[in-house]
Design a protein around this ligand. Structure first.
Ligand code: BTN
Length: 290
């Protein structure tokens, strides 16, 4: 993954097969090993949000985890920390657009909190996890004890044909964009031979996400309150969930049906139930019904 190595300056690990890139990244961080990106061709124990499993087509999918550093005070502040996972979703949308279409493409959106959607179907998802130990970072730095590691595991269906998608509701980049035409155009620009395989696409997207995460998290850490307002506006523009009838599934097994009314300043979702009451949802699996 040459572009990714160039974007992060090292610490990129690529496995043929691994249990879960997120688990590996977390273990490495906890063990004090330096790592920026963990990628795999095949995951045997891929994990999704809320303890779901994550399945993906080997060699045709994006299964990559990114390790970022953020101030502990921000990562643990519930008034603003919901934006960290939104940042990952926005960085992923930017990187996918740059690789396969133009910046104004309206098909790529986020389903709250951070599913990647394309034309109303699930293209991918993000598992954001925090590792409190700062051991992976430079402990000689003055502020090392004040930071936490964030692991953003991103799964995307890249060059996956319809018959190899994980569910009937899923989609892939192959089914929506001319991947080969884009690669050819890119190759013509760079003067390199056109390579149309999923590896090249993965590298291009991973490099974009790594760069986007770095710049977005730096801006957020510098001024979280101001950035939260900016992110709120940006996320509203690409939030597939807003205005739709949704059903939120909570970890205790309860559900809530209603209209996804608004995003709040802390990145939570406001749902209005048929009785007219509004409910603030912070953590749930939110399915769009109509
Ligand atoms: C979700 O939609 O529930 C989130 C899916 C996250 C999947 C990715 S694939 C790379 C990384 N490794 C994992 O085990 N999970 C994430």
């Amino acid at each position: 993954m040459p572009r990714t190595v160039a974007a992060v300056g090292g610490g990129v690990l690529l496995f043929d097969e691994i249990g879960s890139t997120n688990t590996m990244a977390r273990e490495m961080v906890a063990a004090g090993r330096s790592v920026a990106v963990v990628a795999a061709d095949r995951q045997t124990a891929g994990r999704g949000r809320l303890d779901h499993t994550w399945t993906s087509a080997p060699g045709e999918s994006f299964t990559v985890s990114f390790v970022a550093r953020a101030p502990r005070a921000i990562a643990t502040d519930e008034r603003v920390n919901g934006w960290l996972q939104m940042i990952a979703g926005l960085a992923a949308l930017d990187a996918i657009r740059a690789a396969v279409c133009d910046a104004n493409d309206g098909k790529l959106m986020l389903k709250w909190p951070n599913d990647l959607f394309c034309d109303g179907r699930k293209l991918g998802g993000i598992l954001a996890e925090m590792v409190m130990s700062p051991a992976a970072f430079d402990v000689s730095a003055d502020d090392a004890d004040d930071d936490v590691a964030l692991v953003f595991g991103i799964g995307i269906n890249l060059d996956v044909p319809a018959d190899r998608l994980p569910t009937a509701q899923a989609t892939s980049l192959q089914l929506n964009y001319d991947l080969r035409g884009n690669a050819a155009a890119d190759a013509a620009d760079s003067g390199n031979a056109a390579v149309t395989d999923a590896d090249t696409l993965r590298d291009r997207i991973a490099a974009g996400i790594a760069a986007g995460l770095r710049s977005r998290i730096a801006a957020f850490a510098a001024d979280p309150r101001d950035q939260a307002a900016t992110l709120l506006e940006e996320t509203r523009q690409v939030c597939w969930t807003l205005g739709h009838e949704v059903e939120a599934h909570f970890t205790d097994g309860s559900t809530l049906r209603g209209e996804a009314l608004a995003l709040n300043a802390d990145a939570s979702l406001m749902i209005r139930t048929p009785d007219g009451k509004t409910h603030v949802v912070r953590t749930a699996d939110v399915g769009v019904l109509a």
